[in-house]
Design a protein around this ligand. Sequence first.
Ligand SMILES: Nc1ncnc2c1ncn2[C@@H]1O[C@H](COP(=O)(O)OP(=O)(O)O)[C@@H](O)[C@H]1O
Ligand SMILES: [Mg+2]
Length: 107
Amino acid sequence: MALRNLVDNALKYSPADSSVWVDWNAGNSLVSIRVRDQGAGIPDAEKKLIFRKFVRGSAAEAANVKGSGVGLAMVRHIVDAHGGEITLASKPGQGSTFVMVLPGVRS
Ligand SMILES: Nc1ncnc2c1ncn2[C@@H]1O[C@H](COP(=O)(O)OP(=O)(O)O)[C@@H](O)[C@H]1O
Ligand SMILES: [Mg+2]
């Protein structure tokens, strides 16, 4: 569900012909899942706000795509519930990378 939301966003806020990558790494005690796109990117000023409920950012405005602004709030909620963390690296015009880091089964 959380992964699905990140992939949906990556596709929604990217040009139609660009790529979205999903990869994951399972270590001894952590599983990290990374979703990377070549889309609009996210300005620093929005990086915290977009994880709040009902907040939509400049990429949403620019792409003129529908949404309710709850996706990332839900993702954060799910990740928190698993005792994990979500990080975001992005620059406007240079795409975005979201990483969910979750405690692994052997932790
Ligand atoms: N992959 C992404 N690339 C650029 N902007 C993004 C990306 N994912 C999320 N955003 C920004 O974060 C905002 C909040 O995302 P989300 O909570 O999923 O709501 P929604 O997609 O319904 O707008 C979006 O409106 C958009 O501005
Ligand atoms: Mg969304």
